[in-house]
Ligand binder design. Structure first.
Ligand code: NDP
Length: 297
C-alpha cells in the first residue's frame, strides 16, 4: 500500500480560511476583530522569524496584531507589568509571550501571569489542568494541530495505541492528554524509557517530539502506522554549499515512510499547523470572552 503524505500546509491553509470566517463573525458582533498581542524579549533569531510569521498570518486572517518588543536585558517585573496591563485591556483577546526568555526571567512565572482566558498558547497551569481533567480549555497549538491532522487522516481514534515520544509541557504532555480524550491507549515515552524501539513499534499512532534530528527511523514504526513528526531541527547541509543548513524532523523520513501508512513531512507537516491553531485559539478566546457563537473549529 502506498504511504500517504499528510499535507499540513494545505490543511493549515483551509483552517486559516475557516478561522477568518469566524473572526469576521466576531468582528460583526463586538465591533472589532479578535486581537492577538505578541511579546518578544531579546534578539533570538529563530524567535524573530516565528514572531514575524505570527504577525503576518494574524493580519492575513483578518485579525488585529499587537506587537511588543522588549530589550534582551528587560527584567521580570517589567515583563510581568506589561502582561498585567494586557490582562486588563479589554481590546486584547490573546496574549503570547515568545519562548525562550532570557535567563534573568522565570518562564513559569511569566506563563502563569497571563490570564487563563487570554492564554492562547495554552501553557498556563489552569489550562493544563482543565485539559488534564477533560474540561474545555485553550489547548497548546502544536499538539492541537497534530490532533486535527490525525482526525482528518484516521477519523475516529478510539481504541488505537498511541505512543508520544517526548514529555515536555508544550508538546508531549498535552499531546498525550488530547489522545487520551480521543480514547486512545496512550504511552508517553522519554529519555529514560526502556526498549524504546519496541514500545514505538506497537503504536498505531506515533508522535515524535524528541528534539533529536532523524532519531526515529523505520525500526520504530509499525507497518501501516500513522507517524506525526513534530521535530524541527536545523542540520548542516554541506551539499547546499558551505555553511548551509536544512530543516529536518525527529523522524528519519525515508525509512519511516517506507513502513508507515501515513506520515507528516518536515517542513510542510506539523509546522504550519501550529500558527493556524494559534489563530484558531485567538478567535476562540475572543468568542468565549464576549459570548459570541462561532463554529466548532
Ligand atoms: P523538549 O526538549 O522540551 O523535550 C524533548 C523530550 O524528548 C523530553 O521529554 C526528552 O525526555 C525526550 N527525549 C530526548 N532524547 C530522547 C531519547 N534519546 N529518547 C527518548 N526520548 C528522548 O522539546 P519540545 O517538546 O519543546 O520539542 C520537541 C521537538 O518539537 C523539537 O524538535 C522542537 O523543535 C519541535 N517543536 C516543533 C514545533 C512546531 O511548531 N512544529 C513547536 C514546538 C516544538 P526527558 O524528559 O527524559 O528529558
Amino acid at each position: 500500500m502506498e504511504t500517504k503524505i499528510i499535507d499540513g500546509k494545505a490543511f493549515s491553509e483551509k483552517l486559516v480560511e475557516t478561522v477568518a470566517v469566524e473572526a469576521s463573525k466576531i468582528k460583526n458582533a463586538i465591533g472589532r476583530p479578535p486581537a492577538l498581542a505578541v511579546v518578544l524579549v531579546g534578539e533570538n533569531s529563530a524567535s524573530k522569524v516565528y514572531v514575524r510569521n505570527k504577525i503576518e498570518r494574524t493580519e492575513a486572517a483578518g485579525m488585529r496584531s499587537i506587537e511588543h518588543r522588549l530589550d534582551a536585558d528587560t527584567d521580570q517585573a517589567t515583563l510581568l507589568a506589561l502582561i498585567e496591563e494586557m490582562n486588563n485591556d479589554d481590546a486584547v483577546d490573546g496574549i503570547l509571550v515568545q519562548l525562550p526568555l532570557p535567563d534573568q526571567i522565570d518562564e513559569d512565572a511569566v506563563i502563569n501571569a497571563v490570564a487563563p482566558e487570554k492564554d492562547v498558547d495554552g501553557f498556563h497551569v489552569v489550562n493544563a489542568g482543565l485539559l488534564a481533567t477533560g474540561q474545555d480549555s485553550l489547548v497548546p497549538c502544536t499538539p492541537y494541530g497534530c490532533l486535527l491532522l490525525l482526525r482528518d487522516q484516521l477519523g475516529s481514534l478510539s481504541g488505537l495505541n498511541a505512543v508520544v515520544v517526548g514529555r515536555s509541557n508544550i508538546v508531549g504532555k498535552p499531546m498525550a492528554q488530547l489522545l487520551l480524550k480521543e480514547s486512545c491507549t496512550v504511552t508517553i515515552a522519554h529519555s529514560r524509557t526502556k526498549d524504546l524501539k519496541e514500545v514505538c513499534a506497537r503504536a498505531d499512532i506515533l508522535v515524535a517530539a524528541v528534539g533529536r534530528a532523524e532519531m526515529i527511523d523505520g525500526d520504530y514504526v509499525k507497518p501501516g502506522a500513522t507517524v506525526i513528526d513534530v521535530g524541527i531541527n536545523r542540520v548542516a547541509a554541506p551539499e547546499r554549499g558551505e555553511g548551509k543548513f536544512r530543516l529536518t524532523g525527529d523522524v528519519d523520513y525515508d525509512s519511516a515512510a517506507a513502513k508507515a501508512g501515513a506520515i507528516t513531512p518536515v517542513p510542510g507537516g506539523v509546522g504550519p499547523m501550529t500558527i493556524a491553531c494559534l489563530l484558531r485559539n485567538t478567535a476562540v478566546a475572543a468568542a468565549r470572552r464576549f459570548n459570541v457563537d462561532i463554529a466548532d473549529i
